[in-house]
Design a protein around this ligand. Structure first.
Ligand code: ADP
Ligand code: MG
Length: 276
């Protein structure tokens, strides 16, 4: 639509010759099985650049697995996922006149994964490093940035999440909410195009949830493309462009945030009654 195109243009995203915007993420009939356990059973999802998608659903419905597939922490059993218009994990090559799928090499996988930042339920910061060192770690050791440049950027990212006065604190000296904000700054320091959040506030004491949601809200306002798995319905209602309800490995209902007020599928209605 017009709106999406404008947002995408402003953010410098890929626009095809026909003037249509390339989705940030496009999942088509995604399947995932762990042995005989069929966890995802044909998930379709399109996420446009500069938009926020909130995924809701009961525990065990496959939400984390889906995010992990997008970030190539798991491999697909079936279907395909494109990130910025590029198929992840595989490429087509011509062999004996035939188009065949070939697994990407580690370098290409790393290049694709670098487009994504991920924040997990558990903060998993390095406990022996300060907030600043945690945020500098990947730019220095993965991107081989100079320490001076990485430090300058890390300070900027920590200021952005409201922790400019906690640079030299160790994780154990920070609250859960502060640790999670360091985790967000650490992901941002790699300049991802897309941020994936997997229940970033679920492990926090209730009084610390707001500060993390506020950082996520400001990221959304700044135009970051975000896919958020969360049970925070208020956040979904306020911030989401797209709401997706998953259950049993399929997308049961999706639409604008208004579907939270007006769900049509019985399973979604039932879920909302339990979380609201
Ligand atoms: P959600 O995030 O919605 O709670 P998950 O994606 O974590 O759901 O899990 C969906 C199902 O897949 C669960 O039954 C879970 O036990 C199973 N599962 C997830 N990861 C693995 C794995 N690595 N090996 C086996 N089963 C898994
Ligand atoms: Mg999960």
């Amino acid at each position: 639509t017009e709106t999406y195109t404008n947002i995408a243009d402003a953010a410098g995203d890929t626009v095809t010759a026909a003037g249509t915007t390339v989705p940030a993420v496009k999942a088509v009939q995604v399947h995932k099985a762990f042995g005989s356990l069929h966890v995802l059973k044909g998930v379709d999802l399109t996420v446009m650049p500069g938009t926020v998608t909130v995924i809701l659903g009961p525990s065990g419905s496959g939400k984390s697995t889906f995010l992990r597939l997008i970030n190539q922490l798991e491999t697909l059993t079936g279907g395909s996922i494109e990130v910025d218009g590029e198929m992840i994990g595989y490429k087509y090559v011509t062999r004996n006149g035939q188009q065949v799928l070939q697994t990407l090499d580690d370098k290409d996988v790393a290049r694709q994964r670098a487009k994504l930042g991920m924040v997990f339920q558990r903060f998993n910061l390095f406990p022996h490093m300060t907030a600043l060192e945690n945020v500098m770690e990947a730019p220095v050791h993965v991107k081989h940035e100079s320490k001076a440049k990485a430090r300058e950027e890390a300070v900027g990212e920590l200021q952005r999440v409201g922790l400019g006065d906690r640079l030299d604190y160790y994780p154990s000296q920070l609250s859960g909410g502060q640790q999670q904000r360091v985790a967000i700054a650490r992901a941002l320091a790699m300049h991802p195009d897309i941020m994936l959040f997997d229940e970033p506030t679920s492990a926090l004491d209730p009084e610390l949830v707001g500060e993390v949601l506020n950082v996520m809200r400001s990221l959304a306002t700044a135009g970051m493309t975000m896919i958020c798995v969360t049970h925070e319905i208020g956040f979904a209602r306020e911030v989401a462009d797209q709401v997706v309800f998953m259950d049993g490995g399929v997308v049961v209902e999706k639409g604008g945030p208004e579907i939270i007020e007006h769900p049509t599928e019985p399973r979604f209605k039932d879920f909302l009654q339990h979380v609201l």
